[in-house]
Design a protein around this ligand. Sequence first.
Ligand code: ATP
Ligand code: MG
Length: 505
Amino acid sequence: MSEQKYLLEMKNIVKTFPGVQALRGVDLRVAPGEIHALMGENGAGKSTLMKCLIGIHPPTSGEIFFDGNKIEIANTQQAIQAGIAMIHQELNPVESRPVMENLWLGREPKNKFGLVDHKKMYEMSKEVLAQIDLNVDPRTEMRELSVAKIQMIEIAKAISYDAKLIIMDEPTSALTNKEVDQLFIIMRKLKAAGKSLIYISHKLDEVYEITDRITVFRDGQYIGDEDTDKLTVDKLIHMMVGRNVDEMFPKVPCCIGDVRLEVKNLTAGNTFKDVSFSVRKGEILGIAGLVGAGRTEVIEAIFGIRHITSGEILIEGQKVTINNSRDAIKNGMALLTEDRRTDGIFPMLSILDNMTTSNIGKYRNKAGLLKGKEMVADGKKFVEALAIKTPGLYQQMQNLSGGNMQKVLVARWLLTEPDILFLDEPTRGIDVGAKSEIHKIITNLAGQGKSIIMVSSELPEVMGMSDRIMVMHEGKLTGILENTKDLTQTEIMKYATGTVKEKTA
Ligand SMILES: Nc1ncnc2c1ncn2[C@@H]1O[C@H](COP(=O)(O)OP(=O)(O)OP(=O)(O)O)[C@@H](O)[C@H]1O
Ligand SMILES: [Mg+2]
């Protein structure tokens, strides 16, 4: 086979970290002009292989051929020179600097005096942002942007290198549907221009929509690659997980008790208005809506981290005042935030510390000493239940794969044993196998009488898990739907897009 057949060929790549064999001799072949999906469970080795390719982690052994030549790339600068750009799973923009400086960091246009030409940089930035239809002023500071916008800036940056191969490591996890559509348009354009793309995602529907071929890894091993349109979903999941994943939404009907939380006419300035609903003991209330509908904002407001301008919150019929997250926790609430990449991860601390930090009081005895054994027992329980891939509880958080870090945060909030649990996109970035484990845990918590409020952009997840679904559109409650089993996605979308305006419950 001639070398021209593939733009990229990685052969028998091995990567060992202390105590972890991340890659056990994997192969990857990407043809020119192809969108190639890299799939596998959390910790399978996808990001690591890409980091081996672009010189962040040199592979322990193996060979890489790119564009007809054998290459050894020592750093990202060399990768870019060779024609490979990557959009990382964990974003770290320079928060205090404007968008344009982030775009051209290290390659700023210079004037004839050798100084940074800000005017030119501004113009160049406008051009790049226009290419992806992104309406952001290049002078805006990065910290003012939403995660989605930061993600789009990263995408613009990768495109601006004019690379032959662009790697996208879970680029859509923070994007709205509209932005995902936009990204797909850009991806198709790049493909038409002969570029190759590697696309990493846990969202099966996206992978089927946009990719030509799929390579699957499991546990640091190459399992196979196939044309996307020839690979059935069942076979793909089996390749990834090594077993059939049973029932995606194991909802078991349980007895729903009295009202625990009640929210009356809650308003937060212009963000959302007049939201009223209640949640019972043992109930899972799903909140559906498009990104920007105000779902996250409502739960943040109840949790005391967003200012309420009017309205009231009652727990067990008693009015409560919640001014911050401490008040919320005292009132038996817990919140798993949507923005987990940047929120609440302590990268240098161990998994166990990251799990127990919100609940450390529980592990102190009367003398104030830590009850190490109980902590470790709880830690082990969740590592097992959520299949967190790690050599041990004392591994530093930063050494975990993206999805496994998220599982640790899920464990943290479950460990606080709250009465009222808010979950914002609880399975984002989490692989299919662990997803159903998390669904089981949520259902069990409801079975124990906890009240769960879950925001999810995945309609099948909301529909499969919830007892009732509350739908929001542009800061207003448009409906509270019962009999979730009989609902269709189209019906929910009617409420989510504001086609149906009046409240029903
Ligand atoms: N710097 C590191 N030190 C030690 N172990 C590491 C390091 N980086 C990654 N690992 C381990 O290597 C394995 C593969 O991780 P990787 O990030 O490649 O997974 P992934 O397939 O990208 O998963 P996800 O879907 O969660 O992003 C994991 O077990 C991870 O904990
Ligand atoms: Mg990864």
